[in-house]
Write a protein that binds this ligand. Sequence first.
Ligand SMILES: Nc1nc2c(ncn2[C@@H]2O[C@H](COP(=O)(O)OP(=O)(O)OP(=O)(O)O)[C@@H](O)[C@H]2O)c(=O)[nH]1
Length: 334
Amino acid sequence: MSLNQDEDTRVPVTILTGFLGAGKTTLLNHVLTADHGQKIAVIVNEYGEVGIDNQLIVGADEEIIEMNNGCICCTVRGDLIRILSELMEAKQGKGDQRKGGFDRILIETTGLADPAPVAQTFFVDEAVADFYRLDAIVTVVDAKHAGQHLDEGHEAQEQVAFADVLLLNKTDLVPENDLVRLEQRLRAMNPAAKQYRTLQSKIDIGHILGIEAFDLATKLEIDPGFLEEEDHNHDDDVASLFFRETRPLDIDKVNKFLNEWLQDHGTDTFRYKGVLHIKGVDQRVVFLGIHMLFSSYADRAWRSNETPLSEFVIIGRNLDEAWFKEQFAGCVAS
Ligand SMILES: Nc1nc2c(ncn2[C@@H]2O[C@H](COP(=O)(O)OP(=O)(O)OP(=O)(O)O)[C@@H](O)[C@H]2O)c(=O)[nH]1
């Protein structure tokens, strides 16, 4: 391992984190389409058995690797190390060399991930630590919902506490007073992190990539056990449900059932999103929601080699799977 940063030729890695729906995929798409001349290999970890985000990432020629078998900070650390090792071998001219053309790595964690164990991978696994350098942890904060998430959830707090850069996103949804209060709260939790306000996660790439901001000593001050392998807990009440339906749906019925559900359960429904097959619409309909706020839009047309179908994920507390299944089936167009 090189000791001098100037001579450090290891591949830089950025961990992109932030609570469910904060704007991570929006930021990722912004980075992938920006004109920075860098080749970025992207590792995306989603909560839930099927990835919706990977369907929404812009069609860049970057290497995008999905990890959907669990949460990156718990069960799939082994997967992460395997993927990083494969990429390393590709870059060293071994293995699948088509994958080796990247300059840096970007890891998008699930909104429920604690970033510390992910960061830890770059220090405790020797082969990984020799080849990769953790550049920064970038945390996107949803200005509208951060108050609730920080009050309730240990994961949201960890994401802020471990950040090197905090992007205060969705500044269009809250008044200036609230933004200032939130900035103060974030600063009290993590005085060392740089803060930027963003709209649609738009940020100068130079503020988040290649910034050499991750400092192990600071992280050890926040969490003296940072380098020790230890179990960590998630909120056990939070679960995800997944639905798939090949018959076309009626968008009015989808809207109606979600509206009714959210009136009573909006606070506990963190995130729901899907790509839907709607009757009479030739395009994929993307449906995105966070608590009470949701929207849908027609995306690209279904391709001739795709079977149109609807895939929908809901993440929240106290979700009744049988009830949701019945409601979802009730949305099939007549
Ligand atoms: N009003 C508003 N909406 C935004 C802004 N940035 C992103 N969004 C919307 O917020 C929603 C969530 O954005 P994503 O980028 O999917 O969030 P995410 O953090 O990747 O979500 P998960 O992967 O589910 O955790 C989408 O509908 C975005 O269009 C913003 O600045 N203002």
